[in-house]
Ligand binder design. Structure first.
Ligand code: ZN
Length: 139
């Protein structure tokens, strides 16, 4: 998950604002502040061009509200917990995908070995049947 390049904490990588372009040519993104000073207050930032930082910054909400200040810190704690759980699940999925690839490779190798053994078994069976026929015919 992309994070803001600001020194303040923000939610995720922000949301692209349609029709709003920075003077550098990039599309402006909206973030939500997670700071103690401005909890829940939305602001605009520019992601910059080709890795070059851009200093564009603008508040969307001119002031934070008391209700937001009361509930946003708890929501931020919960969001951070959920992001931590998401990263753990993502790590587990990656581990399982790696294990799945390893097992699939083992299965393919075992299938090839099984086919080789089956071929040898058929050869031996043909030899045994031929010997039995020869034995019966020459008795
Ligand atoms: Zn810019």
């Amino acid at each position: 998950m992309e994070s803001s390049s600001t020194s303040s904490n923000t939610t995720g990588g922000g949301v692209e604002i349609q029709g709003r372009t920075c003077r550098c040519g990039s599309k402006v993104r909206m973030f939500t502040s997670r700071t103690q000073q401005n909890p829940g207050r939305r602001f605009l930032r520019c992601p910059g061009v080709c890795g070059q930082r851009c200093d564009f910054f603008e508040w969307v909400d001119q002031y934070g509200c008391d209700h937001g200040a009361a509930i946003v810190p708890g929501l931020i704690v919960r969001l951070n917990q959920l992001e931590g759980q998401y990263r753990m699940v993502e790590t587990e999925i990656n581990r399982l995908e790696t294990e799945n690839r390893r097992l699939l490779e083992s299965f393919v190798n075992l299938q090839a070995a099984n086919n080789a053994l089956l071929y040898k078994f058929k050869l031996v069976l043909i030899c045994v049947i031929s010997c039995l026929l020869a034995f019966v015919c020459f008795m």
